[in-house]
Ligand binder design. Structure first.
Ligand SMILES: O=C1O[C@H](COP(=O)(O)O)[C@@H](O)[C@H](O)[C@H]1O
Length: 261
């Protein structure tokens, strides 16, 4: 388990998205070569969707065997199926509809008009059960061995739907919980918890744009995870912060990485 993140700063958000997409393709190809399949956790938000769109535009996307990719989500806005604000709807538009995925390996979080109805607690429990059913006996706990778990960092340091000081960020047992009263709309959400996030091999935090500069500086300067949830998001093999110059602009000088482009 490494709590010390590596930082990579790219010139701007477009280059950051392209470089992150290239990095992801390489990871997936390597995971498939080593283990036969790759398991990814997608994030919503502008930076996560930017990465997916860059991946869709990359000719190297065809190096991936998409039929052997498992897709999970870090969080979801609890809205009806097909709602344009749902993270899965946006991911489908950015990439998923353009690649030959196995539908049985795509695991969106439940919608508010899905089989568990408008009950986010039931939806969270069902997603936790789906994760547990996919976890092998070698996996760390009750979720599959995620190769890469991506998280967009919000301007308030939230990741997934773990917002500062709300009960979800304090959860230490369950892997998935419902969120009520999120400060960013919509207020009702479903999210992986920090213990589930920390079961990932690699956690990549994405932060691009001036509105992320304060969040990056706070999260990377020793804040607590209840006040700054991004602090609590780390992988057991590696934790990577992928930033653009604007998001890195308030980092303390000693944190600013030497080799960045
Ligand atoms: O609402 C959400 O916001 C965060 C961050 O989004 P961004 O647009 O500020 O980059 C995202 O990571 C999360 O998945 C999403 O539900």
């Amino acid at each position: 388990m490494t709590r010390t993140p590596q930082l990579v700063v790219h010139r701007d958000k477009e280059l950051m998205a392209e470089a992150a997409a290239a990095r992801l393709i390489t990871h997936v190809v390597d995971a498939q070569a080593a283990r036969g399949h790759a398991s990814l956790v997608l994030t919503g938000g502008r930076n996560g969707n930017g990465l997916l769109a860059a991946l869709a535009a990359s000719p190297a996307r065809d190096a991936v065997d998409w039929r052997r990719v498992d897709l999970w989500w870090g969080d979801e806005r609890f809205l009806p199926e097909g709602d344009p604000e749902r993270n899965v709807t946006q991911a489908r538009a950015a990439l998923l509809d353009a690649v030959p995925l196995d539908p049985g390996r795509v695991h969106p979080m439940p919608a508010s008009d899905g089989p568990w109805g408008n009950d986010p607690e039931a939806a969270a429990e069902a997603y936790a059960a789906e994760l547990a059913a996919a976890a092998g006996h070698h996996d760390h706990g009750r979720v599959p061995d995620f190769d890469v778990l991506m998280l967009g960092v919000g301007p308030d340091t939230h990741v997934a739907s773990l917002f500062p000081e709300l009960p979800a960020v304090r959860e230490t047992e369950r892997t998935v919980v419902a969120v009520h009263g999120a400060p960013k709309p919509p207020p009702t959400r479903v999210t992986l918890t920090l213990p589930a996030i920390r079961a990932a091999r690699e956690v990549w935090l994405l932060a691009a744009g001036e509105d992320k500069a304060n969040a990056a500086a706070i999260a990377l300067s020793g804040a607590g995870e209840i006040q700054a949830p991004a602090v609590g998001a780390y992988g057991w093999s590696r934790t990577l912060w992928l930033l653009d110059g604007a998001a890195a602009s308030q980092l303390p000088r000693e944190l600013y990485p030497q080799a960045s482009a």
